[in-house]
Write a new protein. Structure first.
Length: 145
């Protein structure tokens, strides 16, 4: 009888300890989705502003949301120079590429080249790797002079 009471007491104590651990972890798990949902809510207005982004591409900061249908002029492309938290885009042969996450383009600079510009001639004549490094980059639009 004493063994049974002790066993039940141990099980209850274990359940209490596990319950406390679960309770401690539950708010953290609850807070994480809330934190994840907040940026999504922040991104939602940006997606709502997408029609305005067609006129001013600098308003949309998520290149993945761009379909490649945006046309950039020199002035518009200059906004994407990779500085101050801005994305880094380059134009080559009329195509605008996102180089923001390319480590060699940190802060919009790479071997003397600056993002936010048409680099067609530089890539073709000065760059040792030429056009080969453009493969696999995200295309965000087209460039017109």
């Amino acid at each position: 009888m004493i063994k049974r009471v002790l066993s039940i007491a141990v099980l209850l104590l274990a359940a209490l300890v596990l319950s406390a651990c679960t309770t401690t972890n539950t708010p953290a798990a609850t807070e994480t989705p809330a934190a994840t949902e907040t940026p999504a809510a922040t991104d939602a207005p940006a997606a709502t502003d997408t029609p305005a982004a067609t006129e001013d591409p600098a308003q949309s900061e998520d290149p993945a949301s761009m379909s490649g249908d945006i046309t950039f002029t020199a002035d518009e492309l200059a906004k994407y120079d990779g500085t101050g938290g801005n994305p880094a885009y380059i134009a080559v042969d009329g195509v605008v590429y996102d180089v923001t996450d390319v480590p060699q383009w940190r802060e919009g600079l790479h071997n003397g080249f600056t993002a936010g510009r048409d680099l067609t001639e530089e890539i073709k004549t000065v760059s040792p790797h030429g056009l080969s490094k453009l493969t696999g980059l995200t295309v965000v639009g087209s460039y017109v002079e």
